[in-house]
Design a protein around this ligand. Sequence first.
Ligand code: AMP
Ligand code: MG
Length: 396
Amino acid sequence: MLTDYHKARQITLAQSFNWGEERVPLAEAGGRVLAESLRTDRPLPPYDRVTMDGIAINHAGYTTGRRVFKIDGIVAAGVAPATLTNPEHCLEVMTGAVLPPGTTTIIRYEDLVREGDHFVLPDGVEDAKNIHRQGSDAAEGEELALAGLRIGGAAINLLAGCGYAEVRVKRFPYVAIVATGDELVGVGETPLPHQIRMSNVFQLQHQLATGELQASTHHLADDKIELSAGIERLLADNDVLIFSGGVSKGKYDFLPEVLAALGVRKLFHGVAQRPGKPIWVGRTDDTMVFGLPGNPVSSLTGLLAYVGPFLRKNQGLAERVEMRVLATDFSFGKDLTLFQVSSIDPATQLVHPVTNAGSGDASSMLRADGLLVLPRGRSTFAAGEAFEFIPFDKIL
Ligand code: AMP
Ligand code: MG
């Protein structure tokens, strides 16, 4: 009995694991999920900040009609400012400097004429210009990003600014990607005529790395004893196992049997989808197991349709469904959810199905940006209709 895609996805997302939290250096925090709130330790900005190179004056000295101001000194960024005592004088100030006490507005060099030790000011100078006020972005002790946020560039900027040399994040799972198959040899080896190099595992590893997730790679032969011993070890050491191959109906597809014998409880085996129909998913108390079929487009589909959403969910992130509009009419006659390898036209943002020679055609993925999910129960899909789209480069 094949499980429907939506049901299979729902079962997968219902599996929750507590992987805990860990502290990581800020430089490694990108892509991780914050497990604490970011709080400012000072107001942002921490002082009235000068935002232009120029001069600071007391506007009271200008409203008297004075246009020539004697230069009392320079205040650079990074120094404690001098105080302007005479409102008929000015201080040169640099961007990032503290607004000198006794001054109220900044005039940029572009609007000034220098004559010896004086500046000549134009008409129309307004008070309180070119100053980024203390605390105007955030107050001291304010919560800026809530726990549960995925750390991106902006969060890193603020975390750094607020002194977080280390950040508490959700722990990433230990993930092992396992190639199965006697026909597979290593990348650096020369295959015999009846062999191929294992390639899927490295693609899966890279796809996970797009989400900053590190995974180890392994290879097990189509042999029950070797599989059993290898998997027992991998189950003990990992939170998530991802297999490529060995779950179909072939005489040497031993994985379902071996996993069951090792106490991995089956959640579903076989989904009404193409490609990737033979997918096997199960778990123990501590480890989630994804058995993805070995054809390259099938294993990628399994990773993107199930493993990615599962990882997101267990990092506490909301489910993400991206919708995209089909560029051309398309038809597919089988009662299966079709994960169609597709490209996005950069000009129109519309989705174009990429023709391929089936799930074994790894090269078709080169011309594509993701998978368009075309629902079962219908055979024609019209240009202009929107469907779920799973991008290749966004696992988390
Ligand atoms: P299987 O799911 O084991 O029946 O494998 C389906 C097809 O995918 C076979 O042609 C395998 O040789 C191929 N295959 C399995 N694993 C890999 C891998 N890691 N890299 C490349 N091709 C693979
Ligand atoms: Mg195989």
